[in-house]
Ligand binder design. Sequence first.
Ligand SMILES: C[S@@+](CC[C@H](N)C(=O)[O-])C[C@H]1O[C@@H](n2cnc3c(N)ncnc32)[C@H](O)[C@@H]1O
Length: 224
Amino acid sequence: MTYLIIDRRRCSLACILLATLICAVMIGFPSASSADEALDARVQRFLDDQTRDWRDLNVPYQDGKILHDIVVEHGFTRAVEIGTSTGHSTIWIAWAMSKTGGQLTTVEIDERRYNQARENVAEAGLSDYVEFVLGDAHQIVPRLEGSFDFVFSDADKDWYVNYFDALYPKLTGNACFTAHNVRESRIRSGRWQAQYLAHVRTVSDMETILHPDARAGVAVTCKK
Ligand SMILES: C[S@@+](CC[C@H](N)C(=O)[O-])C[C@H]1O[C@@H](n2cnc3c(N)ncnc32)[C@H](O)[C@@H]1O
């Protein structure tokens, strides 16, 4: 009889604990999708508020969105950005990484811009997705360890070919390497854009297009 009472008490305690746990999961903790929605709203609000305040050679909104969409569409998870500035394109790529579960490494030589980028990315709620590196990409990029499926090149233009060559052996089988400010109108004049395009078009396992919707030119070179 005593055993029966104890068992009943144990059972009621277990039931209460289980019910509490279910309630906590349903009410207490936000679901994954509501956390995602909250982050999306925070990033979008930051980008909307900041639209007119990018003053450090940052990409236009439209070009940032193009980078974001390429990453999400391909499900890329290991990204490198060369030329962080104050973090406009960083935010777009990091936002995409928050959706694919990836990580972005971004390199900037200018300390003020590097610090401002860190602040901007934190304000947008995306710090968990970005590793910031302060220094000269000429030295840092060839030493990056690992393999990468997405690259955005937006630092010193006369070094674009070298950045491409340094990262090409580390690209995954489905990777895309993107480069900013490569525009049709500049190619004819034999400038650095022409040299860069001619170079990437010699790579037999990759194909290059100039993104038709880019405002300031985005060359997209992807594995075939
Ligand atoms: C066009 S801006 C980048 C804009 C940035 N992607 C954005 O959308 O906000 C180019 C940046 O590359 C940086 N840069 C230039 N040469 C560099 C180098 N050798 N190593 C690292 N960063 C460099 C500049 O300081 C500048 O902030």
